[in-house]
Design a protein around this ligand. Sequence first.
Ligand code: THG
Length: 265
Amino acid sequence: MEIVGELINASRKAIRPLIENQDAEGIIEIARKQVEGGADYIDVNAGVFIKEEPEYLRWLVETVQSEFDIPCCIDSPNPVAIEEALKVHKGIPMINSISLEKDRYANIMPLVEAAECKVIALCMDDTGMPETKDQRMAVAEPLINELVKKGVKPDNIYVDPLVQPVGTDDKYGLEFLNTIEALKREYPETHHMCGLSNISFDLPKRKFVNRVFMIMAIAKGLDGAILDPTDKQMIASIVTAETLMGRDKYCEKYLKAYRDGVLAP
Ligand code: THG
């Protein structure tokens, strides 16, 4: 499972002032906790700042990478902001994200073509958020094909089916899970990325719902998620589910998680 740490997001109450005050130490501490929790990428999002977003996004990448040798997941629909962030990024970044929406597609594709990068491909077009597996696959197919045609390796494509809240429609969880299964079957060389926590919107005990959903998605083949890597119960559930799915030779990762205290209590 590739884990993208979600915590450095300006829409979070704790993060916005750190960015406004250019509090590098504060940002580094949050990055540190996520690295220690097992993040493979650090998501950076400064989307609440309309005018300053490019400058702030660039500063976030510089700040995180001044301390850690870890790639960032550059989370913005704004091509100017992504471009600024890419200028300073070291290693292979993940661009979050492109979609089949006309403007986003036209603006982001040149950046994806120019840099060697990974890219999250949202199953979304100008008709809005997808609801069913078939709607998602109808967007995924042309989007993946176009990316590959432009020279992006399937291994660098992370398809995001977009999670919708099960409290809004009781089939939203199932349609998402069926999409992961279909993507795995139709495009086995591409990967997945998604923010699963939207599933529990408006329900009590959200973390419980998120964790059970994660385990079910792993059983369908999910291989990437944007989440809080400091959430030990979530990480323990992921490790265990992957072990049970045959993705953990000799149960090595499970036993390491046990030794590291990740499985307690
Ligand atoms: N797909 C892709 N990118 C994404 C998302 C996605 N980026 C943004 C988002 N969804 C994932 N990131 C976050 C970051 C923080 C929180 C949730 C998702 C979060 N939320 C708190 C909550 O819901 O309780 C409230 C915020 C706060 O602390 O103020 O922390 O789906 N490609």
